[in-house]
Design a protein around this ligand. Sequence first.
Ligand SMILES: [Mg+2]
Length: 402
Amino acid sequence: MAKIQEIRCIRTRPGGYWAIVKVVTDQPGLWGIGSANDVHHADTVTTAIEQVIAPRLIGRDAAEIEDIWQSVYAAAYWRNGSILNTALGAIDMALWDIKGKEANMPLYQLFGGKCRDAVPCYAHASGHDLDALVEDIERYLQEGYPVVRCQLGSYGGGGFVDAASAPRPRNARAADKVFDDELYLEAIPAMFAHLRDKLGFGPKLTHDVHEHLRPHNAVTLAKLLEPYRLFFLEDVLPPEQIDWFRQIKQQCTTPQAMGELFVNPQEYVPLITERLIDYVRVRVSKAGGITPCRKIAALCEWFGVHTAWQEGGDNDPVNQAAAMHLDLSSTSFGIQEENHFSAQELDVFPGHAELADGHLYTNDQPGLGIDIDEEKAAELLTASGPSGTAEDRRADGSIVRP
Ligand SMILES: [Mg+2]
């Protein structure tokens, strides 16, 4: 029986927001790692782990993953927030990593074995105009990505107009661009009309709205996109407005992906059991780790919903590895979002998943199969980090939800 001896966080990337928890046991050479990554609240998460949760877990049997998850969850009294979920998720991943090492099996074997050969991923294509976008999509299709996300311009894409040409108040704050729902409703269906004209209906395409629209316009967009047969439309609504999915489902067949901001089961359970979304997009660490995500995947299977665990820009190779083991062993898997890691960043994580030809491949090592080189991690650590998500506003200066 391996007892938990030490829990600490290793920080890397600018500002140290890639926080990787290391759970060390009293058995020589036996430890596990997990992702405590939070690009906006890294210090808060690492403080919660090292100063609040760790002291309660020292001396406990590392094998009791379910009981440790439930006890840490309940001990918080107020629960289902992103900070606690991330802290709990990191420790949960590390305990599964330890269990896999003790069993001498990769995690997907403990979860029932592979039910697919590798993990298909979707790529992020974008372009400042339609021709550039088509070129980017074709590049990813040629690389082997089975699905491609299509964005016009950068973050969100489409629906932005020069602030100088928008009807703004005389005391308007400084801005280069402002967001307009109606322009977005023009731009994105026109984008897909162009893409289907140039590429045909063979390529599987998605689009991410980043919750920018007012809810009634989200319904309109989903309906307008129906003829272009998307693989899915992502985050057409913010988490506060998920009841509007019922209206979307009554209006059109555009598949819906939602959930990278979800932290509470009350957000995703009704959407799954009422079949109001088609792909659940929670980030494994933000849901509380592998333990709750295995339950989400099982729930999805019974209701014909699929998983598309969130990765993308700020995520790390440890969370990616956790998602990959779920993907390999879940019948309800749908698609996996790609990541953006530099060669130097991957060098910090020996055993990281291999992304090639649009698919993720495991190395078949026990546990998560990934470790962290603490010296190389320190080389990538700098004092200041990202300053937050882009702040988009409408012409009158009001905030658009990210
Ligand atoms: Mg997204």
